[in-house]
Design a protein around this ligand. Sequence first.
Ligand SMILES: Cc1cc2nc3c(=O)[nH]c(=O)nc-3n(C[C@H](O)[C@H](O)[C@H](O)COP(=O)(O)O)c2cc1C
Length: 452
Amino acid sequence: MTKRQLKLGLVLTGAGGPGNHNLWLDPAVPADASVDIEWYIAHAQKAEAAKFDLVFIVDSQFITPDSPPHYLSRLEPLTLLSGVATRTNSIGLVGTLTTSYNSPYNVARRFGSLDHISGGRAGWNVVTSGDAGTAGNYGRDEHYDYDTRYGRASEHVKVVQALWDSYETDALPRDRGTGQFLDPGKLHALNHRGEHFSVAGPLNLERPPQGHPVVFQAGDSTQGRDLGAEVGEGIFTHAATLTQAKAFYDDIKGRAVRTFGRRPEGLVILPGVGVIVGDTDEEARELERHYRSTDHSFDQALAEFGRSFGWHDFRQYDLDAPFPQETLVFAENSFRTGAQRIAALAAEQRLTLRQVVQNSLQRAPGAFVGTAETVADRLQEWFEAYGVDGYNIHAAHPAQLDRFIDEVVPILVDRGVFRSEYESDTLRGNLGLPVPGNRYEARADAAVPVGV
Ligand SMILES: Cc1cc2nc3c(=O)[nH]c(=O)nc-3n(C[C@H](O)[C@H](O)[C@H](O)COP(=O)(O)O)c2cc1C
């Protein structure tokens, strides 16, 4: 049996994402990095040289003037990843696309195309859109409620996967001798009519090299966790402590096994973690304090604080009054789970709005901060305790990405925790995930329905 190996992703942003309003002022980051394809390519190549499994592009489609710089102007994920695909060879290319404002046919076609362009390295991070304002950009007055959002997501993913099976493996002989381009018996329409989508099919693209591009999922509500447990092959999440990570890990894998009859190895759990490396543990803590104190001001934090609450403007409240619990109503169809957590803590600890915003600025010390040895120890510890299968690395600064790659990764390789060479040229292969069979080939009866 092959030894279980750590998986590594790199969260690739340009000029500073949420809570990172001032990074673009640093000359190490081109102020227009978020729209510079060369920036993304250079970082993806760096991560590939270090044998990372994947780069990950987050996305959303609603902004206000208070959005962080990266969000204000950034490239669309699949267009961006297609550019990166042509200049990399082995690293996985994972992009976020919402099921709330895209139709399955289009998503199947776009990710299928990325999988062909990249030779089997595409991954889809399925989200339902936390920003309620997105609705207004797609002809709706209101965002979908949670049950609808996640009901659509579950059906959407299954329709997309069914569309990827439209062609059997040898459906396109392209035989010049016989003049046969297509074997029509091996092309399958879908004729799906479900609660949320009607899709005739077939997809106008042969089966992707990975069979199905890898499905990732990020969502923390009960419905979000169920979706991940049902369809996720990779799960993105956050975890501040090993205890939290382990609880999430056990919960998701437990749901996958008990509710959906899946094997626990069929999904890899990768929390996003910030890493900061210094020459000494104390110097790394000092760097952490420096990054945190410079990345955004109280006023920027207060303005951005409303994002989880449907971008409700908290500047209208008395900062020194108790946290306004009634604002939870604005989070109902937005980032509800996160907002509920904030409001519950405020109630429990009787916090004012000022204290709540201060807390968002002065977070607890990060778990992965220290010398390269310290960071490697901690990464290994969580992995070996089955709190994670790997990590999505956030570097606070480009210099920190270099230190992580130059100093931490070699330790993990030396210890046999992380690879020194790619095992495969596909994302699925590197993540150790099986290639799904084509539903039509698996059954003698070729008229198999979508199975949604
Ligand atoms: C680690 C992580 C990454 C996420 N990335 C995105 C993203 O790129 N785009 C997006 O619209 N939502 C993203 N989300 C939000 C979720 O898709 C979801 O809409 C949101 O968390 C609210 O749903 P929930 O209450 O189920 O968590 C992310 C969530 C998590 C936990």
